[in-house]
Design a protein around this ligand. Structure first.
Ligand SMILES: [Zn+2]
Length: 136
């Protein structure tokens, strides 16, 4: 699994709450939803923007997220891996692309003051996952 995804899962990415603790920034607002403090947990599991993208990705499997919750997506993927219903490569490539593009979009907004829509980011994730699957 790529470095960013591993760091994301372990909560090691330099999110704003951590930067504030290190006195690097005083701004802790989430750039994706502009509605909460940017913590690791918020960014990947609670943020409305991230969860809408996760829901779209989840729908690629024909699944449905009840509460638009990324924890559910993660639980679902892990259960599928354990049950061996799906190819692990397919699940992990979608999940990896999801984490990667959420972090990339966050940096895009933070450092370049530009933004992409949920549709656009979902397409990028889908494309990335497809490319990865085809190159196996
Ligand atoms: Zn947010």
């Amino acid at each position: 699994m790529p470095f960013t995804s591993l760091k994301a899962i372990k909560g090691r990415l330099p999110t704003k709450d951590r930067l504030q603790r290190w006195n690097i920034t005083t701004d802790t607002n989430c750039v994706l939803c502009d509605n909460s403090t940017e913590t690791h947990h918020h960014l990947f599991f609670k943020c409305n923007y991230s969860n809408q993208i996760a829901t779209k990705c989840f729908q690629m499997y024909g699944g449905q997220l009840r509460d638009n919750n990324m924890n559910q997506l993660l639980d679902y993927l892990v259960s599928q891996w354990h049950a061996k219903y799906m190819e692990p490569d397919k699940d992990s490539s979608v999940f990896t692309a999801l984490i990667w593009w959420i972090w990339k979009e966050r940096n895009f907004r933070l450092f370049q003051s530009k933004s992409r829509s949920i549709e656009e980011v979902s397409k990028l994730i889908h494309h990335d996952a497809e490319v990865k699957l085809k190159s196996r």
